[in-house]
Design a protein around this ligand. Structure first.
Ligand code: GDP
Length: 354
């Protein structure tokens, strides 16, 4: 059975380090070719399994559920994209899994709790990234793996301090109904939220964070990610009108695939419209981009999960957040349209009474 990559979002309080974490994961700003192998999508970055394997090192072999083998992870680039996480796709959130970033020295802050409410409402599993451990006074820098190296070289008082900070988070989460543990003490990742101490600056803990994400996904999300009989669908992030492209919608393809001959259905203020893509666009790899105006390359077909730009004159006025339904069967368009209209109506009524 084919399994797609999970869609990962990063949430948390302003200044907790979401952008820095994304940058570090993507390898932007990192010397030379370390970013190689990571492909840019529209609004997202794809980390193939091989790259994650390399970053995790020996830790990768310890990931359970490795018989499932997800092809990688698709990380949504815009940090704090509560909107995306909160978007109602069939079966909960459009995001499959989330990283909740908490500043280790500040603990839970107002937007941390807000993000958590979104995750709770949409039933999105998450990992806590306890960021900025390098800022704990007296912390010694180390690039070693967390448990076997980076934590061992710290003074006893620093270790005690970190333990205390972890248990503060455990305490806060338990009040909110979650049981949680430092990742190295978690026995059942389906029942306990893993807390990974890390630093987006030094990079310590990031392999562990990726390993926990992949492990969680492989063990508990495989049914959600299986592609066998899933209908093709997505969600609109933004709508633009660009010179040389015309009206276009940036969307995340969540399940299935989209080809140039398919019909897509999206919502506008006054109802559902159907159209065929005039172009399906992906960002050009950086080294092929000679002219910055020439940012995209057209493709014939794309498979989920992916971040794409779809151009079509009919896409002007599409609502950001709209669901995207896709079919290759013209006879299905009517049925999908009805389904989508019914869904819109129910969402509308629900927001009205919120
Ligand atoms: P965001 O608002 O959550 O996206 O946070 P940013 O990624 O912009 O980070 C806010 C500030 O914290 C910036 O000045 C970062 O350089 C800094 N920062 C982020 N992560 C770390 C970290 O792990 N260690 C240290 N020392 N600083 C960090």
């Amino acid at each position: 059975m084919k399994v797609r990559q999970p869609i990962v979002t990063v949430l948390g309080h302003v200044d907790s380090g979401k952008t820095s974490l994304l940058d570090k994961i993507r390898g932007t700003g990192v010397q030379g070719r370390e970013a190689g192998g990571i492909t840019q999508h529209i609004g997202a970055s794809f980390l193939p399994r091989e790259i994650i394997k390399k970053r995790c090192g020996p830790l990768y072999g310890k990931i359970s559920g490795s018989d499932v083998q997800v092809p990688g992870v698709l990380v949504i680039d815009t940090p704090g994209h509560e909107v995306f996480t909160n978007l109602r796709a069939r079966g909960g959130s459009a995001a499959d899994i989330a990283i909740l970033v908490v500043d280790v020295n500040r603990g839970f802050q107002p937007q941390t709790s807000e993000s958590l409410r979104v995750l709770q409402a949409r039933k999105v599993p998450f990992v806590v990234a306890l960021n900025k451990v390098d800022q704990i006074p007296g912390w010694r820098k180390s690039d070693a793996p967390f448990i076997t190296g980076a934590i061992e070289i710290q003074d006893a008082s620093i270790r005690a301090d970190l333990e205390q900070k972890i248990y503060d988070v455990v305490g806060t989460l338990s009040v909110l109904g979650y049981s949680s543990e430092a990742f190295y003490n978690v026995k059942d990742f389906a029942k306990e939220v893993a807390i990974v101490p890390m630093s987006a600056r030094s990079g310590v803990g990031i392999p562990e964070l990726l390993a926990v994400l992949v492990g969680l996904t492989q063990q508990y999300l495989s049914a959600r990610l299986e592609q066998g009989s899933k209908e093709s669908r997505g969600i609109v992030l933004e709508v633009n009108d660009e010179v040389g492209i015309g009206p276009s919608a940036n969307m995340i393809l969540i399940d299935g695939e989209l080809g140039m001959n398919d019909t897509i259905l999206v919502a506008k203020r006054d109802g559902v419209v159907s159209t065929k893509p005039k172009a399906i666009l992906l960002p050009k790899p950086l080294d092929e981009m000679r002219d910055p105006r020439d940012k995209f390359r057209p493709v014939e077909r794309v498979e989920a999960a992916a971040g794409i730009k779809v151009a079509s004159p009919d896409l002007g006025g599409v609502l950001p957040g709209s669901a995207v339904y896709i079919t290759s069967d013209a006879a299905e368009v009517g049925r999908l349209k009805k389904e989508m209209e019914a869904e819109m109506k129910s969402v509308f009524i629900e927001t009205e009474t919120d």
